[in-house]
Design a binder for this molecule. Structure first.
Ligand code: NAD
Ligand code: SER
Length: 316
């Protein structure tokens, strides 16, 4: 039985991943850790939950010893939009934090999952069917930290044998916890506004295509990769994974199938546009498919129907 520590457990991914891991491995075997203690009862009461600042290596070691941890899901990061406002702090958290985790993993023999992102790519990356192995010259501090994080994680695997694995997540869409300040957040906000006011102003213009994924697929990707047979893995840090690619118009069109009087407008945010334009339109995830059996279950239509249904219940 694995003993797992989820760092960043109260975030958009962590708040759902922690629960799913508890279902699979048992509540007492999955510890949530975060600087945020203001979390749902479900998260705090369904298993152990600890105050952990990723910069505090001593506290991480204390928790690892207390719960006999052998696997760390490191979800702590400042996302792309927030990162541009605080580049130095973003580096400290994203890379300083990762370095702390990898050093502890080396010493205490833990496997480590650290998500990368579409943000690891840059304006000179081929934007369509972006290959697994290609040009990576990101221009945001977030992307730079993600590209460096991939290399650092591979380094710890190659030099020290630390079992590091990662996926390059696209924008993630979910109804449970709001996203934490990324460029793709519009694809979540649009659902809240569609239900509450039947209108939404997109910060990204028509024609801005980005890869996206519904949260249940993202959670499955993380768990399946960490369970994958290491002998089959040619790559480790990090795998392209995607489920759909759309622009604001296509997403609005799908929402209109359920809410016919929904109106999409635009209030363009140039900072977000610049970031989005430097990222791929759609990634090729064939390596993830062949090396560990990745296959998304939700397309645009299934994701939209479920988001509107679940969010509708939540916002009643
Ligand atoms: P999030 O911002 O929702 O959550 C991050 C969590 O980290 C928060 O709960 C926050 O309280 C915690 N945190 C911040 N600073 C901390 C610190 N010093 N010590 C401990 N905890 C701290 O982020 P997310 O969307 O859940 O993303 C998780 C990971 O997935 C990140 O690496 C992110 O880059 C990556 N990712 C996310 C998306 C997405 O669309 N959500 C897409 C691609 C990659
Ligand atoms: N959703 C994330 C962001 O926009 C992608 O990594 O920052």
């Amino acid at each position: 039985m694995k003993n797992i520590l989820v760092l960043g457990a109260s975030g958009q991914i962590g708040s759902e991943l922690t629960g799913e891991l508890r279902k699979i491995y048992g509540s007492d075997h999955v510890v949530g850790g975060d600087i945020n203690l203001n979390v749902s009862c479900e998260l705090k009461e369904s298993g152990p939950y600890e105050y952990i600042d990723i910069r505090d290596g001593e506290k991480i070691v204390e928790v690892i010893k207390k719960y006999n941890i052998d696997t760390i899901y490191n979800l702590v990061a400042l996302l792309s939009a927030v990162g541009e406002q605080k580049p130095q702090f973003s580096w400290e958290i994203n890379i300083g934090g990762l370095m702390t985790v990898l050093e502890i993993a080396r010493e205490h023999k833990c496997a480590v999952f650290t998500p990368s992102s579409i943000g690891a790519f840059g304006p000179t990356t081929p934007p369509d069917h972006t290959p697994q192995d290609t040009i990576m010259r990101p221009t945001t501090i977030y992307g730079i930290s993600k590209a460096a994080g991939e290399l650092l994680s591979d380094y710890y695997y190659l030099k020290y044998g630390v079992d590091t694995r990662s996926v390059r997540y696209p924008g993630l869409i979910s109804y449970k916890t709001l996203p934490g300040g990324g460029t793709t957040d519009y694809a979540v906000e649009i659902f809240y506004e569609a239900i509450k006011t039947k209108k939404y102003k997109s910060p990204l213009p028509q024609g801005t295509f980005l890869d996206m994924m519904y949260m249940p697929d993202a959670i499955r990707a993380a768990i399946d990769l960490m369970e994958a047979d290491p002998a089959r893995l040619v790559h480790r840090n990090s795998f392209n994974v995607t489920a759909m690619s759309f622009d604001p118009e296509i997403l609005a069109g799908e929402i209109k199938k359920h809410i016919p009087d929904f109106v999409l407008g635009y209030e363009i945010n140039p900072v977000l546009v610049k970031i989005a334009n430097s990222w791929p339109n759609s990634m090729d995830d064939s390596c993830a498919r062949s090396e560990w059996g990745w296959k998304p279950q939700y397309d645009l239509s299934a994701m939209t129907a479920e988001m509107l249904e679940r969010l509708g219940e939540k916002l009643k």
